[in-house]
Write a protein that binds this ligand. Structure first.
Ligand code: ATP
Ligand code: SF4
Ligand code: MG
Length: 328
């Protein structure tokens, strides 16, 4: 994988211990990919495949029943080895997240500007007087007039609320922004505006963005590289060009087929749910390939042997026996 990475995720494995029976739900297994400075990486896959868990694991914002292993290397420092106090130097300051569904999480009875100000003070970024000024700057950065900071969330449109959440995430000038489905709840025109804004901010601040989305049209539009996840694992990881023009993994191929016209995707807002069958249960994972029950080209050994993620071309990785067998 890339040597110039800002963030390198290696063999990330996250399990949730269910109560009261202590059953283990393995949400992520051996996830590896790189985030490069100033670039956008797309994270795609069906609901429940582990996209949000990946981001929350990297941010170390998981609930107490989570067990996490592997490495999360930020500029060479393994964040998983830090204690909570040390982690605070990275969370929000270097790595920030716009949570899934965040725009509905604004406090309805507090002006938006004040909420951004409180976030700045909470992270102890600036003294109170300077925080006020920073709120205005942040609002303007996301295209909201600073005077509107005194208004309440109900006085904002959906797109403005989402932009306010982006402003809040950018409060400490992070170098990586995780955006978890930032446009899913918005209508098509507003989606386009928010994505355009993210691009603009990326260019002006040199941010790296990890964009979680169900929309392959958005990926084509926004991303430099793509991680396709299935059942908590990386199925395929490559440049956006290779994913669209030379997909190697049968699951990626099916995803692309299930998305009829990429050029019209913004208008259709389709999800990826149209592949027959459903993803595996995380407490009863099959011993072989997790996609085997739904795979149209499966081999006998796919039932029993899990395919490793292997390099199939330059900067192109796939976890499938079919292609690897051809190579061996
Ligand atoms: N706190 C938790 N305890 C137990 N299981 C969890 C917990 N959080 C997530 N999971 C499980 O981990 C799996 C991955 O969930 P995750 O939210 O990461 O999926 P996702 O890809 O973000 O899905 P979506 O597209 O629906 O947002 C799911 O099966 C989910 O039920
Ligand atoms: S390893 Fe086998 S079952 Fe899995 S995607 Fe490849 S061919 Fe299909
Ligand atoms: Mg999610």
């Amino acid at each position: 994988m890339a040597e110039s990475a800002l963030l390198s995720i290696r063999h990330l494995t996250t399990e949730f211990i269910q109560q009261p029976d202590k059953r283990v739900s393995r949400a992520l297994a051996d996830v590896s990919f790189d985030v490069l400075p100033g670039q956008t990486l797309g994270l795609v896959g069906e609901s429940g495949c582990g996209k949000t868990t990946t981001l929350m694991s990297v941010m170390r914002l998981l609930p107490a029943n989570a067990r996490i292993s592997g490495q999360v290397l930020f500029k060479g420092i393994d964040l998983l080895r830090l204690n909570e106090k040390q982690m605070r130097a990275y969370r929000w300051k270097e790595l920030a997240i716009v949570f899934q569904g965040a725009m509905n999480a604004l406090n309805p009875v507090m002006p938006v500007g004040q909420q951004i100000r409180e976030a700045i003070l909470l992270h102890k970024l600036l003294p109170p007087r300077e925080a006020e000024l920073r709120v205005g700057e942040l609002l303007e950065l996301v295209g909201i007039a600073r005077e509107r900071g005194g208004q309440y969330p109900f006085q904002y449109s959906g797109g403005m609320r989402q932009r306010a959440m982006i402003a809040m995430a950018l409060a400490c000038s992070p170098s990586v922004l995780f955006a978890d489905e930032p446009t899913t709840a918005l209508d098509v025109m507003v989606q386009a505006q928010v994505l355009e804004l993210l691009k603009k901010i990326q260019q002006s601040l040199g941010l790296a963005i990890v964009l979680v989305t169900h929309d392959l049209g958005v990926v084509a539009e926004m991303c430099d590289s793509v991680v396709v996840m299935y059942g908590g694992k990386v199925a395929e990881y490559a440049s956006v060009d290779a994913i669209y023009n030379n997909p190697q993994h049968p699951y990626t191929q099916k995803l692309l087929e299930s998305f009829p016209d990429l050029n019209q995707s913004a208008a259709s807002n389709l999800t990826l749910a149209s592949i027959p069958g459903s993803p595996p249960r995380l407490t009863e994972l099959p011993p072989g390939c997790r996609f085997e029950p739904r795979c149209h080209v499966r081999l006998e050994k796919c039932k029993t042997e899990a395919p490793p993620l292997r390099n199939v071309a330059e900067h192109h990785y796939s976890a499938c026996h079919l292609f690897l067998d051809g190579q061996e």
